[in-house]
Design a protein around this ligand. Structure first.
Ligand SMILES: [Zn+2]
Length: 422
């Protein structure tokens, strides 16, 4: 019986990876585009197409099954109209457009999606969620790989090293740690930081039990100056990726808008996820789903920052806290189920962690010490004190606590690792 099941599984895997071979070559098409507009209007405009060797993503799980992110791309084989690849993502634009400035001015942000390199013409739909979380196509494009201008990658001014290797990138989750704000004299420190934070991530639950499904790469990048910019402290540094505090006018939010420099430096690195390790002692970080994470590597809570921000970027986890200086507005409208797996408005709770809540636990669940280790439905999450709920009294996504992701966040991460490692 076991043998039969193994045979069935092998033939299933062959069939689906034959799907990959039917539509794609064993390389990557990097699609750069601009995402522009404001609170009312939104535009996508294609920028450059660049070829990259190999495909680090799964060759089996090509269509996104999570439905996370503010945006997604849907890639169709033009001849058959079959959906052959899709991926959800979020972006700085999504956050910026909800700020005061985003209600009047016009923003323009560079973004990138990696897709397996198509053999034939593809149709791409760039989609955005509306206020009810329904998908709308904003822009449609076609790429004929035989006719389109597809650039060869330039040799990056970076060196990629293996920090933790468990196997072929197409059957592993590949995380690229890339350094910013480390000058020539900081290279030893950079290498020690790579090792330290690799250990931090691999010793955090649930990654600790999934090490054999993960590769971690270190990308050595030398910046002109040491440290990163912090405009509110009158500190401006010239660095390779231009990371800076005060992203969208929040002092401790570290972002870079130089997406193209970041992607160029990663030209030789097989990655599914990007973590920018910033050489600074000031508290801060950032994490945007399927875009990148940043964290302050020299700050005393750096291990927490990495775990927290990577939770946003990798598994689409929401912040579970609700007192904050975060300046984004109207993030979680009432009566619409948020897409993030670890918060709910109870609009469609059955799609979230209802299966993990015991019948004896009241919904909503009172915040009482006797429920400290009980999965429930606790009011206050996603920056909102009322009518948005979190699964646990405390979690790494709520407080500055290391290695304390709640069971619902851990399950979301396990599911995502599983998606990438087939
Ligand atoms: Zn949690």
């Amino acid at each position: 019986m076991k043998k039969l099941l193994t045979l069935i599984l092998i033939s299933f895997t062959l069939t689906v990876s034959a799907q990959y071979d039917k539509f794609f070559e064993n390389k990557t098409l990097r699609i750069d585009f601009y995402h522009s507009g404001n609170f009312e209007h939104e535009y996508f405009r294609p920028d450059e197409l660049i070829e990259k060797k190999g495909w680090a993503g799964s060759k089996v799980n090509l269509v996104d099954t999570f439905n996370f992110g503010k945006f997604r791309i849907m890639v169709y084989d033009k001849a058959s109209d079959k959906l052959i690849y899709s991926r959800g993502f979020s972006s700085i634009f999504a956050e910026w457009r909800t700020t005061k400035e985003g209600h009047g001015a016009c923003g323009n942000y560079s973004e990138t999606m990696m897709v397996p390199f198509p053999k034939n013409t593809i149709k791409i739909a760039y989609q955005s969620r509306d206020s009810l979380n329904a998908w709308n196509t904003i822009f449609e494009d076609e790429i004929d790989p035989k006719k389109a201008e597809i650039l060869k990658p330039k040799k990056p001014k970076a060196e990629t090293i293996k920090l933790h290797y468990s196997g072929d990138p197409s059957i592993k989750l590949d995380i690229a740690f890339i350094a910013d704000g480390y000058a020539k004299n900081d290279v030893d420190k950079m290498k020690k930081d790579f090792e330290r934070f690799k250990e931090v991530l691999l010793s955090t639950a649930p990654y600790d039990k999934l090490k054999d499904k993960i590769n971690i790469w270190g990308v050595i990048v030398i910046s002109e100056q040491s440290g990163i910019s912090s405009p509110n402290d009158s500190i401006i540094r010239k660095t390779a990726i231009s990371t800076s505090f005060n992203g969208i006018n929040e002092d401790r939010y570290i972002l870079t808008t130089d997406n193209k420099a970041l992607q160029d430096l990663l030209s030789d690195t097989p990655y599914d996820q990007i973590v920018i390790m910033c050489n600074t002692n000031k508290y801060g970080g950032g994490g945007i789903f399927n875009f990148y994470s940043t964290f302050a590597a020299g700050e005393k809570s750096a291990a927490f920052l990495l775990q927290h921000e990577f939770g946003h970027t990798f598994a689409g986890l929401a912040d579970e806290y609700y007192t904050s200086e975060v300046s984004v507005q109207d993030f979680y409208p009432a009566n619409v189920e948020p897409w993030e797996p670890n918060i709910t408005t109870l609009a469609k709770f059955g799609t979230k962690w209802k299966d993990l809540v015991a019948d004896s636990v009241a919904v909503p669940t009172p915040v009482n010490a006797k429920f400290n280790t009980v999965v429930g439905v606790y009011e206050g999450a996603g920056y909102v004190a009322k009518k948005v709920y979190r699964p646990y009294i405390d979690c790494t996504m709520k407080s500055v606590k290391m290695n304390a992701l709640c069971p619902v966040c851990r399950r979301a991460i396990e599911r995502m690792v599983d998606f990438y490692s087939h």
